[in-house]
Design a protein around this ligand. Structure first.
Ligand code: NAD
Length: 341
């Protein structure tokens, strides 16, 4: 069976990483058919919107997409295509695993965290306005429905993946109503999993300090949108940086797989960016569609290449380009697939 996937190359370093990821997934043993569509600034000039309906239609049809990063203008210009996509398709769960990779020198060797970030509301709902000339207001939306839904996703993920504990992260000591409702919703859902998955909560500032000092104490974290965005970058830093941090945006109708990092415009077109994060997002896609053996093959090939340290990009201490690193991973996959003589 051929698996159709929408491929959004994105901009900045996106197209190079998307190409590397497509090549690696094509060597995974799963037959893919890629429907390439564009979004972002280049499309805005042509079609009057950075996120044309045809892009959403393609993802709805295929139910799966891989997406390179897309630049969002700071302070002015169009709203984030990334946020709009998650809202339009109700991709309510942002899954961001942070796992140590052998051979990558970092402060810790054994980090294994899964960040589950609520993806549709909070301060990212985009409801903000100026109040006169010298003030501005952003509205933080937290609902019981969205909070219970993300908490349930975190607990179900924990059950399905042999995890033991979920930690809810909040600032309910200060935002007693909004974050208080998030925490209350997590506690309600936690009660359904009592005896199977442990539950605790942490205030977000304390959580950041603890993650830096004792990441081994934590397992699955569930957070509202803004804290999830920030804490997942912190966790990426624990395992080698943004170049190796994958992500998935999952809803009931579709799932879009993308790296945690952005479009790093200063490296665009230089064949210099690390493709690992987007390739590992592809591994999440393989697991999502039940292709576990293929996911393990790709992950093993990637880990071997990083462990060997010869064909890795600059951020990992090597001198290989994006495409050379992809070549090395593809070569490993092909060698593993070839019948031994
Ligand atoms: P960024 O993640 O693009 O870059 C931050 C730094 O991380 C870079 O300077 C680079 O040193 C490093 N880095 C990131 N990805 C790397 C890779 N694959 N290989 C090697 N090094 C890498 O963050 P930024 O500079 O804050 O954002 C740039 C643009 O990306 C902004 O317009 C932002 O809105 C957008 N963005 C998009 C997404 C998305 O598409 N989902 C996510 C985050 C940021």
């Amino acid at each position: 069976m051929v698996q159709r996937v929408t491929l959004i190359p994105g901009d900045g370093i996106g197209p190079e990483l998307a190409e590397a990821t497509r090549r690696v997934l094509d060597a995974s043993g799963v037959a893919f058919e890629w429907e390439v569509v564009e979004a972002g600034d280049a499309v805005l000039q042509r079609e009057g919107t950075p996120l044309p309906e045809s892009v959403l239609d393609s993802i709805r049809r295929n139910r799966l997409a891989i997406k390179g990063p897309i630049t969002t203008p700071v302070g002015e210009g169009f709203r984030s295509v990334n946020v709009a996509l998650r809202q339009a398709l109700d991709l309510y769960a942002n899954l961001r695993p942070a796992r140590s990779i052998p051979g990558l020198v970092t402060r810790y060797d054994d980090v294994d965290l899964v960040i589950v970030r609520e993806n549709t509301e909070d301060l990212y709902a985009g409801i903000e306005h100026r109040v006169g000339r010298d003030a501005a207001e952003s509205i933080k939306i937290i609902t019981r429905a969205a909070s219970e839904r993300i908490a349930r996703f975190a607990f179900d993920y924990a059950v399905a993946n042999g995890r033991h504990k979920v930690t809810a992260v909040h600032k309910a000591n200060i935002m007693k109503l909004s974050d208080g409702l998030f925490l209350e919703s997590c506690r309600t859902v936690a009660a359904e999993y009592e005896g199977r998955i442990a539950f605790e909560d942490r205030i977000v500032d304390n959580m950041c300090m603890q993650l830096v000092q004792k990441p081994e104490l934590y397992d699955v974290l569930v957070l509202p949108n803004l804290y999830g965005d920030i804490v997942s970058d912190l966790c990426a830093g624990l395992v080698g940086g943004l170049g190796v941090a994958p992500g998935a945006n999952i809803g009931t109708e579709a799932a879009v797989f993308e790296a945690v990092h952005g479009s790093a415009p200063k490296y665009a077109g230089q064949n210099r960016a690390n493709p690992t994060a987007l390739i590992l997002s592809g591994v999440l896609l393989l697991r999502h569609i039940g292709e576990v053996a293929a996911a393990e093959r790709v992950e093993a090939a990637l880990r071997d290449v990083i462990g060997e340290g010869r064909a890795v990009t600059h951020d990992l201490g090597g001198s290989a380009g994006t495409s050379e690193m992809a070549d090395a991973i593809v070569a490993r996959l092909e060698a593993a697939a070839a019948p031994s003589s």
